[in-house]
Design a protein around this ligand. Structure first.
Ligand code: GDP
Ligand code: MG
Length: 167
């Protein structure tokens, strides 16, 4: 086993917040300002009898005109080479075309992809999520679809468990 768990999604969906929550410490900078994570950040989750390497990726960008965006896209997609599981993160309060673009890059991966719908603590009417989830579910097969709050920790343990199941 030499896999990583890559956390992938457009900027600002909460990837770095999730990594920090999984590790129980602040290893990745989180910010309201998009593009705060510019490189891959590896975090090793050391439990009693196993370890999982989580990779926080820079957000993927549709716009590749700027060199910095090109570099960040490369840093994000190069994480997908020997990946054991992908956590595809979206923001349940805010959907954009960039989510679709990221999804397009994940569609043909051989590893399991978990769809994590983040910031559910801020979703007032959960029914509003359904059309988006339905659409996403039609685009590709997810191994799980999970509502989470990276900030509050809701359902974050599930991700740890599923990553462990791959060991
Ligand atoms: P990244 O660009 O995907 O790494 O996103 P960050 O982890 O930097 O988070 C972007 C913003 O979303 C920050 O202001 C976070 O505090 C906020 N955020 C992250 N997770 C949650 C969550 O579960 N609920 C809420 N309400 N806000 C969140
Ligand atoms: Mg980040």
């Amino acid at each position: 086993y030499c896999g990583f768990v890559a956390i992938v999604g457009r900027p600002n969906v909460g990837k770095s917040t999730l990594l920090n929550k999984l590790l129980g410490q602040k290893v990745s900078i989180t910010s309201k300002k998009p593009q705060t994570t510019r490189h891959r950040i590896l975090g090793i989750d050391t439990e009693d009898n196993y370890q999982t390497i989580f990779v926080d990726t820079p957000g993927l960008h549709i716009e590749e005109k700027r060199a910095i965006n090109r570099l960040m896209n490369r840093a994000a997609t190069s994480s997908l080479g020997d990946v054991a599981m992908v956590v595809f993160m979206v923001d349940g309060t805010h959907w954009t075309k960039d989510d679709e673009m990221v999804l397009g890059k994940l569609r043909h991966l051989p590893c399991p992809v978990v769809l994590a719908v983040n910031k559910v603590d801020n979703v007032k009417d959960k029914e509003d999520l359904l059309p988006h989830l339905e659409w996403l579910g039609q685009q590709m097969k997810f191994s799980h679809i999970l509502p989470i709050s990276a900030e509050k920790g809701t359902n974050v343990e599930k991700i740890r468990e599923w990553a462990k199941d791959l060991l």
